[in-house]
Design a protein around this ligand. Structure first.
Ligand SMILES: C[S@@+](CC[C@H](N)C(=O)[O-])C[C@H]1O[C@@H](n2cnc3c(N)ncnc32)[C@H](O)[C@@H]1O
Length: 172
């Protein structure tokens, strides 16, 4: 369930390259991707909010953050992201979504207004085009004139990388 080493490097490099500091992750699981993100943020001086709905995995992630020496860079929340995300104030300059695929489009809609211009919205497992939620998410993403999207295929999972170029939005 955790991201691969190659995908971790993609997230790490994006944060370092763009000097991102305000990150959000949806779908902590046991914290593997959060550790890659927080490791990068420890170098840029940023902080990560990460959300997980499963208590066992959330607790496991907390232990892993401690062991990695990165707890200070991570605000881990035990919550249903469907409920928490609308309440998060933002702004964010980096978002990584790796939770329920059928909700990806909703996460994007909720988070776009909270994403800074030149910020980046990334999503995992976008190569699974047989999943309806992924198809709808990618179609929606590509319909947004202010988002510049590429797909990184460093691993078989695929990560969509979308830069927000302006605040203008069309609502579909
Ligand atoms: C593929 S795993 C995440 C793996 C993690 N990003 C990593 O690479 O270490 C997906 C996680 O999303 C969580 N999840 C699913 N729906 C969620 C929701 N509505 N709110 C918060 N977390 C959710 C699952 O419990 C699961 O642990």
């Amino acid at each position: 369930m955790n991201i691969s080493w190659a995908d971790g490097e993609v997230l790490f490099d994006l944060i370092i390259k763009n000097n991102y500091k305000k990150a959000l992750e949806i779908g902590t699981s046991t914290g593997h991707s959060a550790i890659w993100i927080a490791w990068a943020l420890s170098k840029t001086g940023g902080k990560l909010i990460t959300v997980e709905i499963n208590e066992y995995r959330y607790k496991n992630a907390l232990e892993n953050f401690k062991e990695a020496g990165l707890s200070n860079y991570i605000d881990a929340r035990l919550a249903d992201a469907h409920e928490l995300v609308p309440k998060l104030k933002g702004p964010f300059d980096f978002v990584f979504v790796d939770a329920d695929k059928n909700w990806y489009k909703n996460y994007l809609k909720l988070l776009l207004p909270k994403l800074e211009v030149d910020g980046c919205f990334t999503a995992h497992n976008v190569s699974s085009r047989r999943t309806r939620g992924i198809r709808e998410f990618i179609e929606y993403l590509r319909s947004l004139p202010n988002m510049e999207t590429t797909i990184d295929r460093s691993s078989w999972s695929g990560i969509s990388i979308s830069y927000k170029k302006s605040d203008s939005q069309i609502i579909i």
